[in-house]
Structure formats: C-alpha cells, structure tokens
Ligand binder design. Structure first.
Ligand SMILES: Nc1ncnc2c1ncn2[C@@H]1O[C@H](COP(=O)(O)OP(=O)(O)O)[C@@H](O)[C@H]1O
Ligand SMILES: [Mg+2]
Length: 161
C-alpha cells in the first residue's frame, strides 16, 4: 500500500458515444473504488456527470434510480458501501461546503461522487479520482480520468477483458 501523497498519478482518456456507454464506464469504475473513495466530476451542464454517477450507483448495487441532488447538496444511498451523491452547483465555495456538514462525509464509510467539484477545490482530497467530461458532439463525450496510477491501470485493464 502506498500513501496518497507519494502515489504516482496518471490520466486516461475515453470516448463515449452514448449515455449508456458513459453509465457503463461509471459502473466499471465503481468496481475499483473502496470506502472513502472520492470521485470529483467536472464538465458543463448536460455533459453527463449525473449519467456517470448513475453508473457508479449501479456498480455499487444501488437499485434506486438516482437523480441530480441539486436542491439537497447531498443524497445518501444506503448499500454495503454507501454512496454520497453531492452536487456543489449551488455552493459558493469551500467554506459554504464546510458549513453544510457534507465535507465530513469525504473519506468516510462510503464513496462520494461530487458534481461541479471545481466549485470546492480545497475540499477535495489529493487522492480523489478526477473525472472530467467534455461535450464533443450530440452524443459524443471525451471522458478524462486522472488519479492514482494503480487505480487507472486497473480501470484500463477492465477494457481489455
Ligand atoms: N455520451 C453521452 N454520455 C452522457 N450523456 C449523454 C451522452 N450523449 C448524450 N447525452 C445526454 O446528455 C445529458 C447528460 O445529462 P446529465 O447526466 O444530467 O448531465 P450533467 O449532470 O452533467 O448536467 C442527458 O440528456 C444524456 O442523454
Ligand atoms: Mg447533474
């Protein structure tokens, strides 16, 4: 085991051609997560952040259809490893996030998936898996995942299988 600070980081780039492809990428990534994992999602409105988060939920065995938590900041989904779906869109920044109490969930018992994570840069742990989605066409997206080199290697290996 290596500590976050010493971990080597790398980046992978994946092209998605449909919402289902984005969700299934999320589902695959979920298989490589563990308690305390933080997934920092970035990308404009309608890029597919919630779609990716739905895939993660599916991968964690959450049957419920997850929706965007825009009005609640955080939605908690119980599962053997619970999911905290966080939306930072309405927050003014890191301090605001601290004040909601949701910051305490990061690195805890569950997995945190954060939409609009760029709004709370200082709250993100250095080991967070960063997922940035770029709209490149009506149904096409370029998804860039950066994080611990070992985790990314595992995610890449899943494609070969
Ligand atoms: N390849 C794709 N991946 C994800 N979403 C896509 C893709 N192509 C089209 N879409 C559409 O883009 C929208 C993404 O919505 P959503 O996941 O709610 O975005 P966000 O949470 O980033 O605002 C959906 O309407 C979805 O059908
Ligand atoms: Mg959303």
């Amino acid at each position: 085991m290596t500590s976050w600070s010493q971990e080597e980081r790398s980046l992978i780039e994946i092209v998605s051609s449909s919402p289902e492809e984005t969700a299934s990428l999320g589902e695959r990534v979920a298989g490589r997560l563990h308690r305390g994992s933080v997934i920092a999602l970035r990308g404009g409105l309608g890029s597919g952040k919630t779609c990716f988060a739905k895939g993660i939920a599916r991968g964690l065995g959450i049957g419920e259809n997850i929706t965007s938590p825009t009005y609640t900041i955080v939605c908690e989904y119980p599962a053997p490893v619970p999911l905290y779906h966080i939306d930072a869109y309405r927050l003014t920044g890191d301090e605001d996030f601290e004040n909601t109490g949701a910051a305490e969930l990061l690195g805890g018992e569950g997995i945190a998936v954060i939409e609009w994570s760029e709004r709370i840069p200082r709250s993100l742990p250095p080991g967070a898996l960063s997922v940035s989605i770029e709209i490149t066409g009506a149904e096409s997206r370029v998804i860039r995942i950066s994080g611990a080199a070992q985790t990314l290697k595992e995610i890449e290996e899943d494609f070969v299988l």
